[in-house]
Design a protein around this ligand. Structure first.
Ligand SMILES: [Zn+2]
Length: 122
């Protein structure tokens, strides 16, 4: 007689397979484990976040400067564009801050759990 799940040899028909039982018990143990060994949270540091967006910030600043210096006849449009860029960057930074403040890593005795929040799939 063999176990239908894992193929291990069984002594009697209808016997519970030790192999599978142990596996299930280990899984249950892991699920029930709530002994926190260590927990840490990410920290939002504005300067560091800006540093990560340095490339796009740099390009945005260049475009803004060029617009102000050259597009004097489209001054209103230029100002609207600059405001939109500032708003977009602010939104991205605020979203990052929210994400960072709502994620944490927890080490348990038998597992590691990383909780995070993401609204826009990134
Ligand atoms: Zn089995």
């Amino acid at each position: 007689m063999r176990c239908k799940m894992c193929g291990a040899e069984l002594k009697k028909e209808g016997e519970l397979c030790n192999n599978c039982m142990n596996k299930i018990l280990r899984e249950e143990e892991k699920k029930a484990d709530n002994v926190k060994v260590y927990e840490f949270k990410r920290k939002f540091v504005l300067g560091y976040q800006l540093l990560q967006h340095l490339e796009s910030l740099f390009i945005a600043i260049i475009v803004c400067v060029v617009l102000i210096l050259t597009a004097t006849e489209f001054l209103v449009e230029s100002i609207i564009f600059i405001v939109l860029v500032i708003l977009a960057e602010t939104f991205v930074i605020l979203y990052d801050r929210y994400k960072i403040n709502h994620s944490k890593c927890t080490f348990y005795m038998t597992k590691f759990v990383y909780k995070k929040i993401a609204f826009f799939l990134f």
